[in-house]
Ligand binder design. Structure first.
Ligand SMILES: C[S@@+](CC[C@H](N)C(=O)[O-])C[C@H]1O[C@@H](n2cnc3c(N)ncnc32)[C@H](O)[C@@H]1O
Length: 269
């Protein structure tokens, strides 16, 4: 694609534009110049045959730089570190993992769960700090499976995830398989899970859902809850819902107004 630049007095711009359209321009941009003049930039596959016709308007041709969209989107997904142990890197990243960190592969192109949301990052930080050794973990609202993958990396013995959206389940299944992790995902929510069968339950959803599922969380999780996905103004509600079920607040972590509550059931620790 090439750009043809023309200059003309402002009052001639409209007429000149319509001539350029007639010549098959695929787009035209107008820019004001000093002295009531303007510059028209028109895109053509090959405008060389138009130079003579538009000679009075100081025509100039420039080859447009090809935009490499794949490269541009890759530039937008740079690896980053979370907490003290994790290194989140897109699947195409070939840089070595920084020493002392574990590589958590992210799969850009999927809406939720690429690790760039503060609530996801808070869950990752909390997992890193609070995951008991060899724990059985349940991720409620697994999305792309990013928290499941993190729990597995951080040493969980068994990780399962559920989601009420079938699309998410399919994506999580594929991602976990690609990452060489067991894809224990199922469609639905906590109801299918046996009572007291999970050491740590992580859920990045929203305050209303956490309140609605509070009794279920307490039924399936023995020791620790990591709950995020809500702004700080809703943290009190979520905390209150869990206190009624024997869970005590161990830590609150925040990022850009998002909150993550870590709650422990001391009776089972
Ligand atoms: C914000 S995304 C979290 C994705 C991923 N876990 C993360 O941290 O990036 C919330 C997910 O919870 C799921 N969800 C919402 N309500 C749910 C429920 N009652 N039970 C299970 N999953 C639910 C949604 O379908 C969505 O995939």
């Amino acid at each position: 694609m090439y750009s043809l630049f023309l200059e003309c007095p402002e009052q001639d711009a409209e007429l000149l534009s319509s001539e350029l359209w007639e010549e098959g321009a695929s787009g035209i941009q107008e820019e004001s110049l000093p002295g009531a003049r303007c510059q028209l930039r028109a895109w053509f596959d090959d405008p060389t045959g138009l130079l003579q016709r538009f000679a009075p308007f100081q025509p100039r041709i420039e080859a447009d730089q090809e935009i490499d969209w794949e490269q541009a989107s890759r530039q937008a997904w740079q690896p980053f570190e979370i907490g003290k142990k994790l290194y989140l890197a897109p699947e195409w990243d070939e840089d070595p993992t920084p020493r002392g960190r574990m590589r958590l592969t992210i799969h850009p192109g999927q809406a939720l769960g690429t690790g760039d949301h503060p609530a996801t990052q808070l869950c990752l930080e909390a997992l890193e700090k609070h995951l008991p050794p060899a724990a059985v973990v349940l991720d409620v609202g697994a999305g792309t499976g990013i928290l499941m993958a993190a729990a597995a990396l951080l040493g969980a013995r068994h990780v399962a995830g559920c989601d009420i959206e079938y699309d998410s389940i399919a994506v999580a299944y594929r991602n976990l398989l690609t990452d060489g992790l067991p894809p224990h995902v199922f469609a639905g929510s906590t109801r299918a899970v046996r009572s007291q069968s999970v050491d740590l339950l992580v859920a990045n959803i929203n305050a209303v859902t956490h309140e609605a599922l509070a009794a279920e969380y307490a039924r399936v999780a023995r020791r620790c809850l990591i709950l995020s996905g809500f702004p700080d103004r809703h943290a009190g509600r979520v905390r209150q819902a869990m206190l009624g079920h024997g869970f005590e607040l161990a830590e609150t972590i925040e990022k850009n107004e998002w909150v993550c509550l870590v709650l422990w059931n001391e009776d089972n620790s």
